[in-house]
Design a protein around this ligand. Structure first.
Ligand code: FAD
Length: 475
């Protein structure tokens, strides 16, 4: 007998319930990845994610001793074809929660079953699946804290135990498989070289990243997580997105990292952040329209501006606001941006520039190695103030105050905006405030070596508040 294990966002062998279940039957296992851009539509993988996926598939294939089959096209059609080619009796997969996948999976399941093929799906990537968490009256939560405390921790079934990596499985490869290179995930222009020095995609890279975080980051997490100039966050997000490790594995290691059951602020805080990941997926499951529509409908009347030149300056890190530019350049160069800086750059786009959050969402989608439909749209709606449990719109970040607080020595800005390196700390985060003599001594002419600020922070703040007030009350 043959069982197809359809890999998606679970590119690992350990703690992989679909793979473990298929292996446990004793059947031959056909591990298959399908690149299905057409069905993903506007949410086909962005460029940075494609680079990551290429590496991650290569790593998975290596772990499978070259037995990973890869194909590009409509997953529905490919699965039916593969079943008839191999006589497979069953298809197993771990569940995904993007709206387009849910619909598509449902259709695939129906047609396979109609042909007498067994279909089994598992929870590979969430501690608490969306259908298991609800309020007393059965309706979904919209606010994080009660969702997490009452919904998940107190009332949902406990996270499943880890499943062992199967041993001695007879893996089977499809003769018609493409090569990973044939998926054309890598761009023609090799812009990803600096990115490649920052990351090791794949299951063993993920395990190393987790080890490093447990050795160094976790014990400073709670206070250190807001500091982009330091290395106290885990940077596990792309590994989690592609399922190179599961949140179950992460949670278990975190729990084991502290002696006994002693309360530990860092550990609790980190687990709560993993809870935000769960919450974003939960919101997307219950409000699938949230990738494009404001969850608070009054924002449909928000007077967004359109300005492609300002948008481009934001994208390329040329706004003249150092912390914003540092963040946008970090993103471009490394495929990542620290969470604090994501909030600052996003707030600058939607509030100081009054450009629609969709523009930011699209740019992040294309450039982040951890681009994730749920986390990205929830993050943007949160910053824009239009989300379920969002920052109130009128709370507008001042990027200079934020920078002075969270990059106090300017190390982060100096790394990504090297042209400002010679400026004294006092003016680094607001070079336009520097007296002419200071700029001259640093050899910097604003407007030539570094842009003048794209907007006046005070005026643009007032403009944003006026725009917010112009919306008529909620429907
Ligand atoms: P850590 O602080 O080490 O946290 C551990 C894990 O918890 C993360 O890997 C992530 O899986 C989860 N997590 C932490 N914070 C959040 C959060 N606020 N929301 C959801 N999950 C969280 N995250 C993505 O994974 N993909 C995205 O596309 C994405 N887009 C974002 C867009 C905006 C505008 C904002 C404000 C945030 C976005 N985030 C996104 C959330 C967050 O910034 C990243 O998850 C985090 O920076 C990843 O770094 P880390 O792994 O070092 O996080």
């Amino acid at each position: 007998d043959v069982i197809i294990v359809w890999f998606r966002q679970d590119l690992r062998l350990a703690d992989n319930p679909a793979l473990a279940a298929a292996a446990a039957t004793g059947a031959q296992v056909l591990p298959l990845y399908i690149l299905d851009d057409d069905n993903a539509g506007e949410w086909a993988l962005g460029a940075a994610s494609r680079w990551w996926l290429h590496q991650s598939l290569t790593s998975l294939d290596k772990s499978l001793h070259g037995k990973l089959s890869v194909l590009a096209g409509d997953a529905h059609e490919i699965l039916l074809r593969t079943v008839s080619e191999t006589g497979a009796a069953a298809v197993y997969w771990n569940r995904c929660y993007e709206p387009w996948r849910i619909d598509h999976d449902r259709r695939i399941r129906k047609s396979l079953q109609a042909q007498g093929v067994a279909v089994r799906s598992y929870n590979g990537s969430l501690l608490y699946e969306p259908t298991t968490v609800h309020k007393r009256d059965g309706s979904p939560y919209k606010v994080f804290t009660p969702y997490y405390r009452n919904g998940c921790l107190e009332n949902a079934p406990k996270p499943r135990p880890l499943v062992d990596q199967p041993a001695g499985v007879a893996f089977l490869a499809l003769p018609s498989s493409s090569r990973i290179e044939d998926l054309r995930l890598l761009p023609a222009q090799r812009w990803y070289e600096r990115m490649a020095t920052n990351w090791t995609p794949g299951e063993s890279g993920a395990a190393q990243r987790l080890d490093a975080f447990l050795a160094d980051g976790i014990s400073h997490y709670s206070k250190g997580r807001d500091r982009p100039d330091q290395r106290f966050v885990s940077r596990l997000s792309p590994h989690l997105h592609f399922g190179e490790l599961s949140p179950h594995q992460v949670r278990q290691r975190i729990l084991q990292s502290v002696a006994d059951d002693e309360p530990d602020e860092n550990r609790e805080h980190f687990l709560r952040e993993l809870g935000w990941r769960e919450f974003s997926t939960y919101l997307l499951y219950h409000w699938p329209e949230m990738t494009r529509s404001n969850l608070q409908r009054k924002f449909n009347r928000f007077p967004w501006r359109e300005d492609s030149s300002e948008l481009q300056k934001w994208q390329t890190g040329q706004t003249g606001i150092p912390i914003v530019d540092a963040g946008m350049r970090e993103l471009w160069q490394t495929g990542f941006m620290h969470n604090r800086v994501r909030m600052i750059t996003a707030s600058f786009l939607v509030k100081n520039l009054l450009l629609h959050w969709h523009h930011g969402e699209d740019w992040f989608w294309d450039t982040l190695v951890d681009a994730d439909l749920a986390n990205n749209s929830a993050g943007w709606q949160w910053v824009a103030g239009s989300g379920a449990d969002a920052a109130p719109y009128f709370r507008i970040f001042n990027p200079v105050t934020q920078a002075r607080r969270f990059d106090p020595d300017g190390d982060y800005v100096r790394e990504f905006v090297p042209e400002l390196q010679p400026l004294p700390d006092k003016y680094l985060h607001a070079p336009w405030e520097a007296p002419a003599a200071v700029l001259q001594e640093a050899g910097i002419r604003l407007g030539r070596d570094y842009p003048q600020p794209l907007v006046d922070l005070k005026e643009s703040r007032a403009r944003a508040l006026a725009a917010f007030r112009s919306m008529t009350p909620a429907d």
